[in-house]
Design a protein around this ligand. Structure first.
Ligand SMILES: [Zn+2]
Length: 343
């Protein structure tokens, strides 16, 4: 029997001009042209977090989940300074957590709906799914956009509403990484989420772990952008990086005939992601005149898988040539930066 994906794929193959089609994703990500970042070339300044609550009251939580949430609160407060948890206190005291068969799509274990401040979990979900959604809750706030009637959801490093979205890929990756680092004993089975977590983990090394956590919990994509500018990445490169992460998040590891035929495009973007990370990291080491920079760079590169095998497909994630290019670009930018500072 043909799956619905394949049938849809055949219909679009017949049209020819449409290259990608993915079912069940957010509307704007259906086609490859939606990844052209049309009109998205800036991020909004970090929202000013209001202080509605100063602490979390787990007694307001549905009794089914209360013990789990209490454990989450305990770990979160141990690991993250209280002044970065304003989003968490505002949301946890007014959230509604429940199991739901109807509202959770079949392929998801759960979701956090920022606008309504609710968590819905599949009855089949593992406990780690609740940690993941609580991390979204802890890093979310809604901002009023002065230029449009739309509100903008700021969820960790994701910003978006019904008309645009950016940062979803890196946000999901970092959420998985934080969950693994502090909360869950078990790794997620999802190859896609694991791959995004690898990217986010390296990003955390580039930015610094405490800074990255602060930016995430205070919904500060603008701050992440600024930090990367300081690593000598241009604003365009930063947007390409975020966009590539969104792209990979949508397509990596999925099985349909378009994705199989677009292996080159996926590979190109994966390599651009890691090149960006190596260049930014090495530039920063040069800038700090780190005595151990070559060793640190080596350890960083070791964390990047050379190849990823997904079913019958093999993705070349990175090769020596890309690594060399990243290093020489970092050196070149550093020498320019030096000249500017001497002047
Ligand atoms: Zn998520």
């Amino acid at each position: 029997m043909l799956s619905a994906d394949i049938i849809v794929g055949i219909i679009f193959a017949a049209i020819g001009s449409v290259i990608y089609y993915v079912k069940k994703e957010k509307k704007k990500y259906k086609l490859i042209k939606d990844f052209d970042l049309d009109g998205v070339n800036e991020v909004i300044i970090a929202p000013r977090l209001e202080q509605k609550y100063k602490e979390a009251d787990a007694n307001k939580i549905n009794t089914l989940f209360r013990a789990h949430v209490k454990r989450f609160i305990k770990i979160l407060e141990e690991k993250i300074p209280k002044n970065f948890l304003q989003n968490f206190y505002n949301n946890i005291n007014e959230t509604d957590i429940a199991f739901s068969l109807e509202t959770v799509p079949k392929n998801l274990a759960g979701f956090y709906y920022a606008k309504g401040n609710v968590i819905r979990l599949s009855p089949l979900a593992l406990a780690s799914a609740l940690n993941h959604e609580l991390l979204h809750l802890a890093s979310s706030c809604i901002m009023v956009d002065k230029n449009s009637p739309n509100h903008i959801e700021c969820v960790g490093f994701r910003q978006g509403n019904d008309t645009f979205e950016i940062g979803r890929g890196i946000n999901e990756g970092y959420t998985v990484h934080l969950d693994r680092k502090y909360f869950s004993l078990f790794k997620t089975e999802s190859r896609r989420y694991n791959f995004m977590a690898t990217i986010a983990e390296l990003m955390e090394i580039v930015i610094g772990d405490k800074k990255m956590e602060e930016l995430y919990f205070t919904s500060n994509l603008y701050g992440l952008h600024s930090e990367l500018l300081n690593k000598c990445a241009s604003s365009d490169e930063i947007f390409n990086f975020l966009n590539d992460c969104d792209f990979i998040y949508c397509f990596y590891g999925k099985d349909n005939i378009f994705i199989k035929s677009q292996k080159d495009e996926i590979e190109k973007r994966i390599q651009r992601i890691f090149k960006f990370l190596i260049r930014s990291y090495y530039f920063n080491l040069l800038l700090k005149d780190d005595k151990d920079k070559e060793n640190k760079l080596n350890n960083f590169i070791q964390k990047i898988p050379r190849r990823k095998i997904l079913g019958i497909r093999v993705y070349n994630v990175i090769n020596e040539e890309v690594i060399k290019e990243a290093i020489s670009e970092a050196k070149e930018r550093y020498s320019h930066a030096e000249i500017i500072s001497i002047r």
